[in-house]
Ligand binder design. Sequence first.
Ligand code: HPA
Length: 278
Amino acid sequence: MARGDLLTRLDEAVAVVRARAALQPAIGVVLGSGLGAFADGLDDPVVIPFDEIPHLSASTVEGHAGALVVGSVEGVPLAVLKGRVHFYEGRSLEEVVFPVRVLGRLGVRTLCLTNAAGAINPTFQAGELMILRDHINLLGNPLVGPNESELGPRFPDMSCAYDPELRRIAQRAAAAAGATAHEGVYVAFTGPSYETPAEIRMARTLGADAVGMSTVPEVLAARHMGMRVLALSCLTNLAAGASEEPLDHREVLLVGERVRSTLIEILTRVVTEASEEP
Ligand code: HPA
């Protein structure tokens, strides 16, 4: 497919969103497993199911009901992706990052992503949070292929993918919410099987603190477009090999549910403070 087509598809998607939602979002939010409730708390929400947006495919995973919700929190206009598409669902990486690119074309300059992740760092506990400081990408790169220069450069810099000021805001927000927020390195595997204990030992040796199956493609696409990025992991479980318990997606959803109100409080503070930034 010619890459010019990507711009056309993005324009078609953006046109549908603009026709339904008049609000100009300043900040984008991507909600991971079990965290969709944040979108339900927006003021004056316009809910656009993913399957009503051209070229945007709906997710099939339990806990990932897909919709773009445009609305505001404490007066800050937001575009929230409730649910995401994962590479492990059999979608191309271009499909995985399409919704984030739609946000970028809508004018979103700051993107906050959330995910569920397994804790690798032995000092981390299930139920705590991790603010991503950096990542290790073992999932594949959505920027492979001819570069669409209208979106961004051929070789985007990743030396500071996660904005330091947004990380400071998130740290303050977590402290105010009484939550433990570590900072660390997220490693992305393709999934959908959870990792083996040997893979987790490898990831720990490589310097990873938490493991998941998402986020990194979206971060790459957002940085390509020059957006400021913050990503928060809800550590829903200890990574494989660290506990006697087998890993279970239902447990991931349950822990996500438990820390949900804290995460919503943190996200609310982050978006209001981030909107005050230059
Ligand atoms: N591994 C990968 N992805 C995850 C995990 C995990 O342990 N927990 C939540 N998402």
